[in-house]
Structure formats: C-alpha cells, structure tokens
Design a binder for this molecule. Structure first.
Ligand SMILES: *Cc1c(COP(=O)(O)O)cnc(C)c1O
Length: 383
C-alpha cells in the first residue's frame, strides 16, 4: 500500500507549534517590549524559577546559549590549562570545543553502539592523574547510564558536567528507585534553547543548573563579567545572558514541554513499530533506566547503504539528517592538535557512517509518518 505523499515534510515544524499558542506568545513578547526591561527583566527571573521547579534543582543560571553554558561551567570549576576533561567523540562539536577553547585537553572516548552514549566502562580507561572532569552528553534525548558514571567520578574525585542540550525533560531512575531529571544527575547541568531543541526559543538561549550553593555563586559571577558588585571584577568572566524576549517565549513553552516530549515519544513509538525487523536497519535502543525524549529519532543503516537511503528519501520529498557525519577527533579543529591525543575510536567511526535521523518534532501527524515509513520499508524491499 502506498500512501499519498504529504506536502512539505520538515525535520522540525516550529510554525505549527507556534500557531497553537500564537496569542499567548505574541502577548508575552509585546509585554517585554512595552515594559522596557530588556536585560534581566522579570521574564528572565520567572523563567529561572520556572526551570528550577521543573528540573527540581536549587539554582538555574540562564545564559546566552548552550555552548556558553558548557564554557561557563568549566570556568566555574576553576580548571587549569592542561587539565583533562573526558568527552564523547560522537556528539555535537560544542561539547569538546569549549574544553579546547579554555586551554584544557579534551580526552575523547567512544560510545555505546546502541544507545550512542558514553558509559562508565568506556570512560574509566581514559582517566589519568590529570583528569578533572567528565562531560557526559545525553545524546538524542536519552540519559547516559549515570549511576555507574557517578560512582566512577566519586572514586577519582572528578566533577560531572552534563551536556543536557538534547535531553531536557528526560528522567533517569537510580537503582534505589530515586528518579532525577537529566541535568540534575551530576555537579552541573547545561542546556540549550536553540530553536529546534525540545524546549526551543525563537533565537538563542541556554541555562546552567546546580544544587551546590557555592558553585551557583561562581557560575553567576563568571557569566556576569566576573563581578559580584557592579564594576568590581573578581575573576575573568564573560557576558552571557538569556534575552528577555526569549525568556518570555520560553515561559509560554516550558509548561508545554512535557506534552511536547510526549508527542515525540508517541511519534517514536510509531516509527519503532513500523520500522522493526527490517534487515539492515537498526532502530534506536532504549536504556531501561532512562526515559527518552527523542530530540532525534536516529537509526543505524548497517548494510552500508545509509547515503543511498538518504538520497532515496530526498527524492520522495522526505528530509533526513546525519547527526553526526564526522567523529570529533577527525575534525580539523582537533585532528593532530597538541590538546587532542585521540585519532580513532571504532564505534564512533562506524556510527558516523551508519546513522540517519528522520523527521522528529511535536507536530508530526500519522499520515506523514506512515508515508515516511512506507518509503523506508520500500527502500529495503520490505512490505
Ligand atoms: C545544541 C547543542 C549544544 C550547544 O547549544 P547552542 O545553544 O547551540 O550553543 C551543545 N551540545 C549539544 C549536544 C547540543 O546538541
């Protein structure tokens, strides 16, 4: 059975999502403009406390974007040049870029071939006397298995900075039954409100969170030019603020985040059902201890035909993306640099050749998904 192709299939549909709350968003944006509190206005304070409530953490420090969040986190930890920070090689560049930018050494490690995330087993052999921190990335919307990573960090006195840019809203269950949101499972959580993220602004935005009072104070200081009192600068910091207009938009979207994630989960279930059991195609694995909020729905094409599938889908009007096509150690920024000693990791290498992400957002309808799945199945010659 071939369904009629829906028109204009998108990887992410921000317009339909906006139309469902247009009046509320328009009103909130107008309020900021009319109120004139453009920098750190009430909308930013409201968002800060809203996100503290949502995450169940003591301190949220809003900032300009997710990359800044990671940079500020590492600055607040007071790491010294040459200190090593462990980071997966299969992630967005920002996770490792900030390490090198601060004169620290990114130590790249491989990931699990099914969850795409780092594990304690993969991190442990990379620990040296110079290791100071780990950046686990909750890739594509699923938590890393954090309990063993926390145990490892405790044993070696390492700080954990979670890259939660793709997983806001996901929950991790510890073996004693305690449940925590991703971002609150280490020392510092970092997230991004880039428009296409699960909680996306209409421009750039980011946030850092922690339960540690002293760390929160340092994070705030670093993000604000190193000052605690205006024009008195105690440390070298940076200027990173969440824009008031973006905060107002995020205040409209935060109460809807769980619904957005539920829509993504139901779309993922549909893909799972329709794309199961196809030779050469591996749907994304679920970690029993974590919920998955599907920032991306990412499959592996294990028969070497990934690029052919992408081409075939494109001809059928179906967009897809390769997250990520190049291992971080193979990027010009890192390859052969003094800071980076890693030049090959087998799983990362394989994943970069095999992964493909299908359209995934909160507004996907079943007709569109059925069409996409029909086309994928027909590519593999499966009915
Ligand atoms: C988006 C993203 C970031 C960076 O966020 P920006 O807001 O774009 O700076 C960092 N890490 C990961 C894994 C991301 O997906």
């Amino acid at each position: 059975m071939t369904s009629t192709p829906p028109t204009n299939i998108q990887m992410v549909d921000l317009r339909t999502q906006y139309e469902a709350m247009q009046e509320e968003v328009d009103q909130a944006v107008l309020e900021v403009i009319r109120g004139g509190a453009f920098i750190n206005g009430p909308a930013v304070k409201d968002f800060q406390s809203g996100l503290e409530n949502y995450l169940g953490c003591k301190h949220v420090i809003p900032c300009a974007n997710g990359t800044d969040a990671l940079q500020i986190a590492l600055m607040a930890l007071g790491l010294k040049p040459g200190d090593e920070v462990i980071v997966p090689a299969f992630t967005y560049v920002a996770s490792a870029e900030v390490i090198a930018l601060l004169g620290l050494s990114p130590v790249m490690v491989d990931v699990d071939p099914f969850t795409f995330n780092v594990t304690a087993e993969l991190i442990e052999p990379a620990i040296t006397p110079r290791t100071r921190a780990i950046i686990p990335v909750h890739l594509f919307g699923q938590s890393c298995d954090m309990e063993p990573i926390r145990r490892l960090a405790e044993r070696h006195d390492l700080r954990i900075v979670e890259d939660n840019a793709q997983a806001i809203g996901a929950a991790y269950t510890f073996s004693d039954g305690r449940v925590g949101r991703t971002g609150t499972l280490g020392d510092i959580g970092c997230t991004s409100f880039y428009p296409s993220k699960n909680l996306g602004a209409y421009g750039d935005g980011g946030a850092i969170n922690t339960d540690d009072d002293a760390l929160a104070a340092r994070l705030r200081t670093v993000a604000n030019h190193g000052q605690n009192r205006r024009y008195y600068h105690d440390v070298v910091g940076c200027n990173s603020r969440l824009d008031s207009v973006q905060a107002a938009i995020l205040n409209c979207k935060l109460p809807r985040l769980d619904d957005y994630n539920a829509s993504r989960q139901s779309a993922a279930r549909y893909y799972d059902q329709q794309l199961a059991g196809i030779e050469g195609l591996l749907p994304p694995a679920r970690l029993p201890s974590s919920t998955h909020v599907y920032h991306q729905y990412t499959l592996r094409v294990t028969d070497g035909r990934r690029d052919a599938l992408q081409q075939y889908l494109q001809e059928a009007g179906i967009p897809s993306m390769i997250y990520y096509p190049v291992p971080l150690y193979d990027q010009g920024a890192f390859r052969g640099t003094a800071a980076n000693k890693i030049d090959f990791l087998p799983v990362t290498d394989t994943l970069c050749k095999e992964v493909i992400s299908l359209p995934m957002h909160s507004e996907l309808d079943e007709a569109t998904q059925q069409y996409i799945c029909d086309r994928v199945r027909s590519f593999f010659g499966s009915k």
